[in-house]
Design a protein around this ligand. Structure first.
Ligand SMILES: [Zn+2]
Length: 115
């Protein structure tokens, strides 16, 4: 999975192609993401204890992670991501366009550290 919660992503396919949004949720087992304002539907809800009025509820539905690209915080372009190990053995994600780091994936591990 190249996308993480709180990333800003660009939709590259489907009805919302071209729009951007913040990632609210990542469903790793389904390879899907929920993006703020993207793929939104109106859910009609019946009156209930929790929702005494009922009515229409706007809700974003999960969409395939392959349809979004990360917007790199350092260069601002929608880019593919890679992973690499740093000298201290930690693993980070990086932008393949500018090479900038886009967040740590795992803490330092001695096995991957450079001697
Ligand atoms: Zn970049």
């Amino acid at each position: 999975m190249h996308i993480r919660i709180d990333d800003t992503v660009k939709v590259i396919a489907g009805d919302y192609r071209g729009s951007t949004g913040r990632v609210l949720k990542v469903l790793h087992d389904k390879n899907k993401v929920v993006v703020e304002g993207i793929n939104a539907v109106f859910k009609h809800v019946r009156r209930s204890q929790k929702n005494p009025q009922g009515g229409r509820l706007r809700k974003e539905m999960p969409m395939s992670a392959s349809n979004v690209m990360l917007i790199c915080p350092s260069c601002g372009a929608a880019s593919r991501t890679g992973t690499r190990y740093l000298d201290d053995g930690s693993k980070e994600r990086f932008c393949k366009k500018c090479g900038g780091a886009t967040g740590q994936i795992s803490p330092p591990k001695a096995a991957f550290a450079k001697k």
